[in-house]
Write a protein that binds this ligand. Structure first.
Ligand code: NAI
Length: 328
């Protein structure tokens, strides 16, 4: 078998952690030949839940699960880590201003970025799931000056998978007959699920479904899907978020194949998104690194939608910069 991979997950005692860890321990990120060392990060209140999950992981007798470490110190958890899934974050509570939310999360993702910088393996790859995911990822990245910037990503794969799933439902096609869907921008209500280049059963999506729906109700439905799940289920998306984080890491390492997917990563200026801003793009991987799909036409409608979401990201950037959370 291959060398073991060391996978760190923060927020391990939470609901996404619970939905993700069993699949990760079963080898769903790197595949059936790679043993897994799990490193679980929690705050003191969450350690008990993480320890309980570790008992259940042991009870699964996963052949690939080499070791489990639980700690509250990012320096310990990230030591030698190859992959990090940063799920734990400070949720917005009643009466909390946006600036309070951003600074509370800066207090988490700044130190975690520094600990990754100082302790992770040279090939570290990071996905931030905890919200506000794009800006938390930016904070971590800008506190880790020795790690190549393109190793920091934020999760927009759940939005992408929702966009594909809802298009399949509307068109009657199966998910495997859909390609070319993109989610642009921020993981927030301003995100833009874009069907301009999508194909359904060999036909352009905008011919396969009502284009007024695709550019109206559909966008809102995808963006508000998280709220719909809360309303119906009584708690927020967990298994689908865990699934998306695993898809993201799996495709980053193993490659995407013919179709592209959506990932928030530091912009190289493509499609007019300012350099360094962590925004969602259409991307492919051939195994190991993401490449932004180039040359897609962006019509006036799409331009406005992308710009609106990027404007929100710039506002979040400016807010955390003025709080001193982006030192590098
Ligand atoms: P949860 O509340 O069930 O679990 C969060 C866990 O993180 C808790 O156990 C908590 O103790 C821990 N935690 C908090 N601060 C921490 C820190 N500094 N270090 C380590 N652990 C810490 O929440 P859930 O449902 O698992 O969601 C986690 C995050 O993921 C939330 O911020 C949520 O908004 C976000 N999310 C993002 C999605 C995306 O598509 N990007 C989708 C769904 C959720």
């Amino acid at each position: 078998s291959a060398q073991p991979v060391t996978i760190a997950l923060s927020g391990a005692g939470g609901q996404i952690g619970y939905a993700a860890l069993f699949r990760i321990a079963a080898g769903e990120i790197c595949g059936p030949d790679t043993p897994v060392n799990l490193r679980l990060l929690e705050i003191p209140q969450g350690v008990g839940a993480a320890e309980g999950t570790a008992l259940e992981l042991a009870d699964c007798a996963f052949p690939l699960l080499n070791s489990i470490t639980i700690d509250t110190d990012p320096a310990v958890v990230f030591e030698g880590a190859n992959l990090a899934l940063l799920v734990g974050a400070r949720p917005r509570t009643a009466g909390m201003e946006r600036s309070d939310l951003l600074s509370a999360n800066g207090g988490i993702f700044g130190p975690q970025g520094r600990a990754l910088n100082d302790h992770a393996a040279d090939d570290i790859r990071v996905v931030v799931v905890g919200n506000p995911a794009n800006t938390n990822a930016l904070i971590a990245q800008r506190n880790a000056p020795d790690i190549p910037t393109n190793r920091f990503t934020a999760l927009t794969r759940l939005d992408h998978n929702r966009a594909v799933g809802l298009l399949a439902e509307r068109s009657g096609a199966s998910v495997s007959d859909i390609s070319g869907v993109t989610v642009w921008g921020n993981h927030s209500l301003t995100q833009y699920p874009d069907l301009s280049h999508a194909i359904v059963n060999g036909v352009p999506a905008l011919d396969a479904v009502d284009p007024a729906w695709a550019r109206g109700e559909y966008i809102e439905r995808v963006a508000k899907r998280g709220g719909e799940v809360i309303q119906v289920r009584g708690s927020s998306s967990a298994a689908s978020a865990a699934n998306a984080a695993i898809d993201h890491m799996h495709d980053w390492i193993n490659g995407t194949g013919a179709d592209w997917t959506s990932v928030s990563l530091p912009s190289d200026g493509s499609y007019g998104v300012p350099n360094g801003l962590i925004s969602s793009f259409p991307v492919r991987s051939t195994g190991g690194s993401w490449t932004i799909v180039q040359g897609l036409t962006v019509d006036v409608f799409s331009r406005e939608r992308i710009d609106a979401s990027v404007t929100e990201l710039l506002e979040e950037h400016d807010a955390v910069a003025s709080l001193g959370l982006l030192p590098h």
